[in-house]
Design a protein around this ligand. Structure first.
Ligand code: GTP
Length: 600
């Protein structure tokens, strides 16, 4: 297809504003999917995605669309590139956007603009995309298309009359939207004769075919059977197949300027095909890559341990398998005195953590304990050595010079009556107000810089409860800052329990210590002797609780006599002990760890 007849676009929207429904409707109206094969949310492949209604992996579908041109009609190829919808995947979103010339900015006509709408809009603007503003769900009785058209027009600086109104559900207005995509978005530009350059915006592991790489060709042409080169690593692979998706893979004879499609090389690991990387050919390599490549970097770490120690090899195999499909997943073995053998696993963010954990439990049938998520700290010692801490229990002792923690730039959108509550919350989380704008009389956008550590804790839940669910949040990493942090240890009878060590701000150390000690006091059963629970910073004790002694004599219940009953009881007690972990001489039931580590 010549570039003039190609339009590459994506749909950007806040979660639940109806992106998948609209995408499905477009596939149906353009005849790519027959109504009877229409399976809800065609683009979302994985079960978990469907169940949670979120999109994790971006993909691209080509749709033919006949539109009016000056002297009659032409058939255009519309490439719809799906963007992941959550804050953890900002980098993947930005690469998907970079593969497009334009974006449909979709807003629920009953909700108005939300934080994710804005965050994605800013990303689209950074990528110089043409924006088509669209209100969705106009069939809803609660829709206020006039009010929100004005809000949207004010935001992007257009006339309220230029805001399109559609319903992904009934299909109303969707054909007009397809026409506008052709009319308003520029065709792709590139140099057809130049050495080939294509940007990878996604790669997915497929059990049968190995890694399927999604690319957008910028310059030149990629042809089947060529040897291709990944420009970040110089690794070369034979191109076994290339083609377009519509809606199933369709091999083609070549991909030219502006085209979007897939490549198959037979590699088995998505890390060989990195999002953001540039593909060129070995025969005639391009001089420089397309800009914007970044290595995926885990931001949040958590220890994952099998509840049943004998599941450790299964957990290891499961992580190896997941990694084939998830370039951002990083892990290494770890042992904990309290929890046994497990892994320290790095994630892009909290949602990523939840998804991985859920897949491990569901697809590999594992029962897991995960430790409290933590961020990465960079510590510079007084002697100048640098330490990178991904596990609080490994926080260095001794002469610490400076500690840096990651920060994020957060966008919060809420009705203006909650400004006070939000400011209070953000201040208590060490937030710095960067600016505030009214989107309309009663809705406000607040921009904060916050430590990521405070967000991974329970920020989102608190924000929701303080604003009765009306606030929305989005954030992006924004470097790091020096902070006054300390490591708090929890000791049981003088022994540090590694799983409970945490790095917290100095002002919050006491609160963390007392709450953890209090929780453990409730959760750990009484022992034959008194057990002190202490919270400490270094050698300084900051909180203390006691578990009082009890003489747990199971035999006293037997009133002497019946020997077989006695034996049974003793055996039962022994079995109970199996699920206990010993911290020094203290026996702690595994449930106590699980409960203490769950966040509430
Ligand atoms: P994520 O993939 O989680 O970002 O969600 P999404 O934006 O793709 O939203 P989705 O298409 O899953 O729609 C969210 C909800 O809104 C679903 O319950 C849809 O049935 C509903 N919905 C979507 N479009 C319309 C519409 O035009 N009208 C009405 N009434 N409901 C709609």
């Amino acid at each position: 297809t010549p570039p003039e007849q190609i339009r590459n676009f994506c749909i950007i929207a806040h979660i639940d504003h109806g992106k998948s429904t609209l995408a499905d409707r477009m596939l149906q109206i353009t005849g790519v999917v027959e109504p009877r094969q229409m399976r809800a949310q065609y683009l979302d492949r994985m079960d978990i995605e469907r169940e949670r209604g979120i999109t994790i992996k971006s993909q691209a579908v080509r749709m033919p669309w006949a539109a009016d041109v000056g002297d009659g009609q032409d058939v255009f190829a519309l490439n719809m590139i799906d963007t992941p919808g959550h804050v953890d995947f900002t980098y993947e979103v930005s690469r998907s956007l970079a593969a497009c010339e334009g974006a449909v900015l979709l807003v629920d006509a009953a909700q108005g603009i939300e934080a994710q709408t804005l965050a994605n809009l800013y990303l689209a603007m950074e990528n110089d995309l043409a924006i088509i503003p669209v209100l969705n769900k106009i069939d809803l009785p609660a829709a206020q298309p006039e009010k929100y058209a004005e809000e949207l027009a004010g935001l992007i600086g257009c006339d309220p009359g230029d805001v399109l109104k559609v319903s992904g559900k009934t299909g109303e207005g969707v054909e007009a939207l397809l026409d506008e995509i052709v009319a308003q978005l520029p065709p792709p530009e590139g140099r057809p004769e130049a050495p080939a350059r294509a940007m990878i915006f996604d790669s997915v592991y497929d059990t049968y075919r190995g890694v399927v790489t999604y690319v957008r060709v910028v310059d030149g042409t990629l042809n089947p059977r060529e040897r291709i080169e990944m420009m970040s690593t110089k690794a070369t692979h034979d191109l076994l197949e290339l083609g377009i998706i519509s809606p199933e893979p369709l091999p083609s004879k070549g991909l030219g300027v502006g085209e979007v499609g897939y490549l198959i090389t037979g590699v088995k690991d998505v890390r060989q095909s990195k999002v953001g990387d540039t593909v060129t050919t070995s025969a005639r390599p391009a001089e420089s890559p397309i800009g914007g490549y970044k290595d995926p970097r885990p931001m949040v770490f958590s220890g994952l341990y099998p509840i049943d120690g004998s599941d450790y090899p299964t957990l290891r195999d499961a992580l190896d398998k997941l990694k084939l499909n998830d370039a951002a997943l990083a892990y290494e073995p770890e042992t904990s005195a309290a929890l046994g053998f497990g892994f320290r696993v790095g994630f892009l963010g909290l949602l990523h953590l939840e998804i991985v954990r859920e897949r491990l439990e569901r697809e590999f049938d594992l029962d897991l304990i995960s430790t409290q998520p933590n961020v990465v700290y960079e510590v510079t010692m007084e002697d100048g050595t640098d330490v990178r801490v991904t596990n609080p229990s490994e926080f260095p002792y001794g002469k610490v010079g400076e500690i840096r923690e990651p920060i994020v730039r957060a966008t919060i959108l809420a009705p203006s009556e909650y400004i006070g509550a939000i400011m209070e919350l953000c201040q208590s989380k060490r937030g710095q107000l960067g600016g505030m704008d009214y989107l309309s009389e009663d809705r406000v956008e607040m921009r904060y810089t916050l430590p990521l550590a405070e967000i991974v804790f329970d920020f989102f839940d608190q924000l929701k409860s303080k604003t009765r669910g009306y606030a929305s949040l989005d954030y992006q990493e924004a470097g790091d800052q020096v902070a006054d942090l300390v490591k708090v240890d929890i000791l049981l009878q003088g022994e540090t329990v590694d799983a409970f060590s945490a790095v917290v701000h100095k002002d919050k150390a006491y609160a963390y210590g007392t709450s953890m000690a209090g929780k453990l006091k409730e959760l750990i059963p009484r022992q034959q002797f008194e057990v002190p629970i202490q919270a400490a910073i270094g050698s300084r004790i900051i909180a203390r609780e006691n578990i009082r002694a009890i003489r747990k004599d199971v035999l006293s219940k037997c009133y002497g006599g019946d020997i077989s009953r006695k034996r049974k009881l003793l055996e039962k007690q022994k079995e109970g002990k199996k699920r206990m972990k010993n911290i020094g001489t203290v026996e702690v039931p595994q449930e106590a760890f699980v409960a203490a580590l769950s966040s509430d």
